[in-house]
Design a protein around this ligand. Sequence first.
Ligand SMILES: Nc1ncnc2c1ncn2[C@@H]1O[C@H](COP(=O)(O)OP(=O)(O)OP(=O)(O)O)[C@@H](O)[C@H]1O
Length: 363
Amino acid sequence: MSITQEVITDALKSVIDPNTGKDLVSARCIRNVVINGSDVGFEIELGYPARSQHDLIRDLACQALAAVPGVGALKVEVRSKVVAHAVQHGVKLLPGVKNIIAVASGKGGVGKSTTAVNLALALAAEGARVGMLDADIYGPSQPQMLGIGDRRPESLDGKTMEPLEAYGLQAMSIGFLVDIDTPMVWRGPMATQALTQMLKETHWKDLDYLVIDMPPGTGDIQLTLSQSVPVTGAVIVTTPQDIALLDARKGLKMFEKVGVPILGVVENMSIHICSKCGHEEHIFGQGGGETMCSDYSIPFLGALPLDLQIRQEADRGAPTVVSDPDGRIAQTYKSIARKVAVSIAEKSKDMTHKFPNIVIQNT
Ligand SMILES: Nc1ncnc2c1ncn2[C@@H]1O[C@H](COP(=O)(O)OP(=O)(O)OP(=O)(O)O)[C@@H](O)[C@H]1O
């Protein structure tokens, strides 16, 4: 049988990307097919970062083609290309930032900042260019979690601030700009202004994703932020107990109201496993996050245990995804990150930059 593009396409239709559940052909991932006699070469372009999955996807494609009679040598490359996706109507994207992910929680203290930083690091570990913006006025914890609490951002051009670098992330925090000893009543009104300033006046460099650690709650500040920041999608963090879930539902409704898609829910402190005897206990209840997701038809992204390692590593400035990158907990964060990125990749693309400039010439 002579090898044609059609033969290749037919074989690749049977290859299902385990992350999207779609085949490589209908997902339009195949690029630059070269057929030279019986030898075949092509590229697989994924719309989300997945360095840890490249070998697996390449192997699946090679297996499918090796089964085609007459196919000789194979040269298959897998790469990822993240593009900008649409945000709320009427809000403009930021220069240097393709997609913004807001990490929010209805209630304080559920582990939103810990989840946000590990999510950002997991996206970076999968090969994306990622920024971390700490907008949590009530307790800016990213400087400490990223081990950069003693550093201050500089300005090279007198107009913009350079983000600080930590573990490959570009980071900016409200903790650098607002004295955290300032009373809350002042910090509230300052928050929106400070966030806008941090967003627009930070020299973000070619980011695929900017993860924003939002202030907890669903009050006026949060509402203003979710309306004015160009958000691609929101991740809601909750613990499984009823009171946290109730607040998480409020958070969900707030984003829906302003037209920000919910990328899914992360259930934190889901289960406690005794480090001495291995006994499993659902301290904060069981299954609440999943029930909430099925009630609202939104994705359940994953569950993290209540684990001493997560707290200790975040508190000492080296979150689990960098401290123990191959461990079980880091794998869970990476799986959540891939789901978030896949969900963004499936959203409609940002078209605001695609329209040509219209020049009217007077003749
Ligand atoms: N899964 C977990 N297991 C153990 N400790 C955790 C876990 N998640 C978070 N923590 C710890 O709980 C504390 C609160 O977490 P974090 O600061 O992330 O919460 P938050 O929701 O952002 O809080 P706030 O509302 O105050 O901003 C931190 O000390 C953190 O290390």
